[in-house]
Structures are given as C-alpha cells and as structure tokens.
Design a protein around this ligand. Structure first.
Ligand code: UDP
Ligand code: MG
Length: 139
C-alpha cells in the first residue's frame, strides 16, 4: 500500500523569488497537510549528504553549490498516496517538460533551479524527513 507521507523542499530559487507563499498554497489546495516545516540554509556538507545518491552524476557539484546558495523551506507533507500525487503536482525535473499547471512549470527557472524537491519513494520520504526533523520536533 502506498504511504501517506512525502518530503519537500522549496529550493533557493523559489525562496529568492518570494514564491514560498504561492507554492505552499498550491500544496494545500492539492489536498496535502503540512506536518512539519522549517526555513534554513543548508551547509555545503549537508546539501552533499542529502543528495549523496547523486554523487556520481555529472551535475552533483553544481547541485550541491546551488542547494547551499541560499535559504530553503523543508517540509513533511501528508495525504493519501502522498509520494506519487506530489510528484504529479510538481511536474517533470526539467521545467520545459513539466505539464501546464504544475509547480515546476509555474515557478522553476531551470533544470537545476527547479523550485521544489519531492521524494521519489515512501522509503526515501522517510529517510529525507528524518534528515531534517527529529521525532521530537515532529508532533
Ligand atoms: N538536476 C540537475 N541537472 C540534471 C538533473 C537534475 O541539476 O540534469 C538537479 C535538479 O535540481 C533535480 C535534482 O538534481 O531536482 C535531483 O535530480 P533528480 O533526477 O532526482 O530529479 P527530481 O527527483 O528532483 O525530479
Ligand atoms: Mg529525485
């Protein structure tokens, strides 16, 4: 059965463009609840750890630089079928290929600066949520 939790980040480009509010509003309107949320700037080291699964990919260095370039918003979201439904809401990684009306189509600047992160599996959602939120903080 698919899980009810996913993890998201509003990335530095979208925070810089003052789009935290509109993006959270789209997330709520799509039926997600916000279970935990924080605003912070990742160190290079933490950005590298978060994206360690991509460390062999050619864009890894730039991705780490970018994700530590400015503040982000990290959040745990809940809804039935959360992971798949959230991936649908955000659209394709490359905003030029994202469907109309998706968060990336509306707000992303480029394939790297693509406005939001969304977990790709229930297992990674749990790992990513616990990277940012301890069980004491998540009420
Ligand atoms: N990314 C990039 N260049 C690429 C592919 C990905 O800079 O060619 C960045 C982009 O910010 C993306 C992140 O690396 O969101 C993680 O890549 P992934 O393939 O997991 O895409 P996502 O799951 O975020 O759609
Ligand atoms: Mg991914």
């Amino acid at each position: 059965m698919s899980g009810t939790i996913t993890f998201t980040m509003i990335k530095p480009d979208a925070v810089e463009a003052n789009n935290i509010g509109p993006i959270l509003s789209m997330i709520n309107k799509a039926g997600f609840r916000i279970n935990a949320m924080k605003y912070l700037k990742l160190s290079r080291e933490d950005a590298g750890k978060f994206y360690a699964v991509h460390k062999e990919r050619p864009f890894y260095g730039e991705l780490v630089d970018y994700m530590s370039s400015g503040p982000i918003v990290a959040a745990v979201l809940s809804k039935e079928n959360a992971v798949a439904d959230f991936r649908k809401l955000i659209g394709a990684t490359d905003p030029t290929k994202a469907d109309e009306g998706t968060i990336r189509k509306l707000f992303a600047k480029s394939i790297a600066a693509n406005a939001v992160h969304g977990s790709d599996s229930d297992e990674n959602a749990a790992i990513e949520a616990s990277f940012f939120f301890s069980s004491l903080e998540r009420n």
